[in-house]
Every structure is written in C-alpha cells, then in structure tokens.
Design a protein around this ligand. Structure first.
Ligand SMILES: [Zn+2]
Length: 204
C-alpha cells in the first residue's frame, strides 16, 4: 500500500469511517512502515485532543468555542475546520495550547468592564452611567469609539462610529457619515488569532 493511501485511511479510521477489511490493510501497513506509524500516533493524539475539547464538561469556554465556530465562515465550517486541524497535527497541538491560554486570559480581560469613550468631539456627548448618548440636534465632528457601554445615537456623527463590547441603538433621526462597526472584542480577538495561526484553514 502507498503511504498516501494509508494516511487517508488513517483519517477515515479516526472518523470511524473505515470498513473492517480496510482496517486490516491499514494495520498491516502500519506494522511494516515506521513513518506511517509515527504519523498515525500524531493523528491519534490530535484526535484525542479535539475530542476532549469538544466533549469536556460544560464551562464558560464552551460558549466561547461556540462563538468561535459561529464566527467561522458558514458552509460546513466546523467539519472543514476540524478536518484541516486533523491534517496539521504538529501545528495544532501547540496552537491549541496557545488558544486555551488565550481563553483564560480573555476571561480575565472581560471582567474589566470600564466604559471607555474616545473621540475628538466629546463635549457634545452625554454620558449617563454606562450609556453614551449623542443627543438629537448635536453634531459630532470626527470618529467616536465606545467600549464597554451602551451607545444611543439620536444626532449626527460625522465620522466612523465603533462600538466595542457593547450595544448600539440608532434612532431614526441618527445620521452617521462614516462606517458603523460593532465589535465583540473577545470573538474578534480570537478570530484574529485564529486567522493568523491557521491562515489556510480560513482563507482557502
Ligand atoms: Zn507508509
């Protein structure tokens, strides 16, 4: 058997997709081919890692995992993503370790929920508690960025409006000349990291 075929059989085997007769062929090849044996061990480990990640007891990071999966492009995303991970076991063991580290860091970060308002023309903005209001009839010159708060726009923003980790309400009177962006920082950050760790998984 060619090693190429053996590797594709390994994937099927780990997916529980390999018929019994072929399992025997694969085993025979593994006995005679040290390279494939090593490869199989690697794959098995990744599989185990993935399995434990997907099936571990519910916790805060499950929600995060769901968000990551939700942020991936649609269409068979999960399956394709997992298939890609499985075909790059060496990269992924390290990356997942990193990802888990990231998640715990983010959990920390999220607790620091202080309202941050950035812009050139903040005199016009009304801040009540964690709510940032652009009142009707006011014009904000330039960009406005609100982090960790509720943004309610009734007037004009002559620039970009960016809402990070918060909600945005635009009244019918609201006019925003630039781009309106709503960013969930946790997801974006992980998404950013993911696309840099696995560029060919995401943009293939
Ligand atoms: Zn082989």
């Amino acid at each position: 058997m060619e090693c190429k075929l053996a590797v594709s059989m390994m994937h099927d085997y780990l997916d529980d997709d390999l018929p019994g007769s072929q399992q025997r062929e694969l085993k025979e090849h593994l006995l005679s081919c040290p390279d494939c044996r090593a490869k199989f061990k690697e794959l098995e480990q990744t599989d185990l890692l993935l399995f434990s990640m997907m099936h571990h007891t519910p916790s805060a990071s499950d929600d995060l995992m769901g968000k990551i999966m939700g942020a991936l492009p649609p269409a068979k995303k999960e399956k394709r993503f997992l298939a890609w991970i499985k075909s790059h076991p060496a990269v992924t063991a390290a990356s997942f370790f990193l990802l888990v580290m990231l998640m715990s860091t983010l959990t920390f970060r999220n607790q620091d929920n202080q309202l941050v308002v950035k812009g050139n023309d903040l005199d016009q903005v009304v801040i009540q508690g964690d709510t940032v209001i652009v009142p009707n009839g006011t014009k904000i010159a330039g960009d406005l960025t609100v982090e960790n708060g509720k943004t309610r726009v009734y007037g004009e923003v002559n620039g970009n409006l960016t809402v990070i980790d918060g909600s945005l309400y635009k009244a019918s009177t609201a006019q925003i000349s630039g781009q309106v962006k709503s960013i969930d920082q946790t997801v974006s950050w992980i998404w950013y990291k993911l696309t840099h760790l696995f560029p060919d998984a995401v943009y293939r």
